[in-house]
Structures are given as structure tokens and as C-alpha cells.
Design a protein around this ligand. Structure first.
Ligand code: HEC
Length: 114
């Protein structure tokens, strides 16, 4: 009898741990592109973060428009990255995939429609 009483809470704790582990894995699996996009935003040369404010990337650059306010969709971001605009340089060294990930990230992070 004593053994059952001890075993039950342990089993519940295990179940809760498993549930938390699954939820955590789900979150990570859903957003690898957001992580990659954020890394490019702060790590591209020159970094978008130097010139732009984007809360999700904790950047406060003030040379270009605040992306949180502009809320550009992915196509608009992609055009700016590929061609440059005003003082913003064209990013010729980024691959198509990197540009796609970065553009989708900015659109999603600002809550723009994609
Ligand atoms: C040297 C500073 C600088 C860097 C670095 C920079 N930008 Fe810009 N960006 C600007 C400026 C300035 C503008 C506004 C240009 C204008 O409207 O004349 C701009 C405009 C934009 C726009 C709006 C385009 C539009 O259609 O109005 C987007 C989106 C954008 N940048 C995203 C990015 C991303 C993503 C990166 C990194 C890959 C980046 N920027 C890097 C300065 C910069």
C-alpha cells in the first residue's frame, strides 16, 4: 500500500515533465526560420540592426525607418535587400535562401501580412 502511494505522485511528475518537454520541442521546431532570420538581421554585413529599429531583434538603429512601424511585407523587404534603397546598400552577398528567410522574418516579426 505504501508503495502505491509513493509511486502515484512520481508517475504524475513524470507525465508533467514529458508534457513540458513536448511543448518545448514544438516551439523550437516551429520557428527555426525565425531564429535564422534574426541571426541574419543582426549578423549580415552591414547588419540591418545598425540602421533599423526592430523590437524582435532588440535593435534600435535610427538611420532607416523603424520596421515595427513600417510593417513591410516580405516582398517589400526582399526588394529593399536585393536592390538597396536610398542610403541602404544592396546585399549582393546574401544567397536567395538567406534573403527569403530574412524577408519572411522581418515581415513576421513586425506583424505584417505576408
Ligand atoms: C546603412 C543603413 C542601412 C542598413 C545597413 C540597412 N538599411 Fe534598410 N533602409 C535604410 C534606409 C535609410 C531606408 C530608407 C530608404 C528610403 O526610403 O530612401 C531603408 C529602408 C528599408 C526598408 C523599407 C523599404 C521600402 O520599400 O520603403 C526595409 C524593409 C529595409 N530597409 C530592411 C532592411 C533590412 C532587412 C536590412 C538588412 C539586410 C537593412 N534594411 C539594412 C538603411 C539601412
Amino acid at each position: 500500500m505504501r508503495e502505491t502511494a509513493l509511486a502515484l505522485p512520481r508517475k504524475r511528475a513524470f507525465g508533467a515533465g514529458l508534457l513540458i518537454a513536448c511543448l518545448h520541442a514544438g516551439v523550437l521546431a516551429a520557428d527555426p526560420d525565425m531564429e535564422a532570420g534574426r541571426a541574419l538581421f543582426v549578423g549580415a554585413t552591414p547588419a540591418c540592426a545598425i540602421c533599423h529599429t526592430l523590437n524582435d531583434a532588440q535593435s534600435s538603429g535610427a538611420i532607416g525607418p523603424k520596421l515595427d512601424e513600417l510593417k513591410p511585407d516580405a516582398a517589400r523587404v526582399e526588394t529593399a535587400i536585393r536592390n538597396g534603397i536610398g542610403q541602404m546598400p544592396a546585399y549582393t552577398s546574401l544567397s536567395d535562401k538567406e534573403i527569403e528567410v530574412l524577408a519572411a522574418y522581418v515581415a513576421k516579426a513586425t506583424g505584417a501580412q505576408q
